[in-house]
Design a binder for this molecule. Sequence first.
Ligand code: PLP
Length: 360
Amino acid sequence: MSVPGDDPDDDLGPLAARVPAALRGSTAYHVPRPPRLVAKLDANELPYGLPPELRAKLGAALAEVPLERYPDPQAARLRAILAHQLGVAGGQLVFGNGSDELIALLCSAFPGPILTPTPSFVYYRIAAIARGLPLVEVPLTPELELDEAAVEAAIALHRPSVVFLALPNNPTGTLWRMAFALELAARHPSTVIVSDEAYVAYAGVSNLPALAAHPNLVVMRTLSKIGLAGLRVGFTISAPAIAAVLEKVRPPYNLSSLDQRAAELVLEDGAAWCAARAAEVVEERSRLAIALAAFGLHVFPSRANLLLVRFPDAAATYAKLAAAGISVRSFGATGPLANCLRITVGTAAETAALLRAYAA
Ligand SMILES: Cc1ncc(COP(=O)(O)O)c(C=O)c1O
């Protein structure tokens, strides 16, 4: 019998031949959980729960949602709130069940070679191979910076339909040159250039102001990193023409009524709270980076709510932290992220617990 993490293809029998080779060769996204959780620093979430007043308001608002009805497929109210906050037209927004789904929708709407630097966000890869699309992965430099010349060369060679740039990047935290996305958009009008700004709250920079000048640019955002990962609400901002194509492949009820109502309420009443907590995390990021560097560890420069850190023996460190109930992300012993752990920046108390466990 298969358990999560095992390769279930062995149990498929004659159906195994129906699974594309690229899928057979890949593993499902799996997040191990230590038996006792003291600090969850493995998924780049905000470490703070919503304040009690907002939760109470949310409880009352969600109780009124008519669950016997399908959700509003246009998410009209949420759309109006976000359009107003972002200063864009409603028709420029497309909503996804998290930005994961938008990545998949971009691959479906613009099928062709999908280009992404590597290592980067894993779902670009999954979304491409799940649709049988050629995946073009351009290695980062040894310092995990973007190799702009290599990206250009790969675009010239493979003529991708979509380029995904995570700005800042996950799992490295590094912020590549924002304007590179705009330059690519200008030079390659038949390619969709995605500026994935999942961590904009921690980076403070965006390509959104340049959107009007670039009809092939898509700015992608999510509510996941600012305290609402449990909701699954992401959105793209683009020219209306791109939004219209994405709408053709979007499952009509992809945002549940509860997601929509909760997102509306938090964006209206909790935006200042979210921004203040993100600012705290940015400060904590500096403290944690300094503390880890003081151990002589290599800490990659980060503009996201995470730090990528190279340890002498990441497997041993991972096990030691897990035993202390501290969950971080590991990447194995080989490849460009060998001996690296990705640590989400948590609260000051979580930083203290992490450092205590590491020093023990
Ligand atoms: C760069 C990047 N893009 C997109 C996502 C997906 O976010 P979600 O599906 O939660 O909106 C993540 C999540 O970690 C990410 O790191």
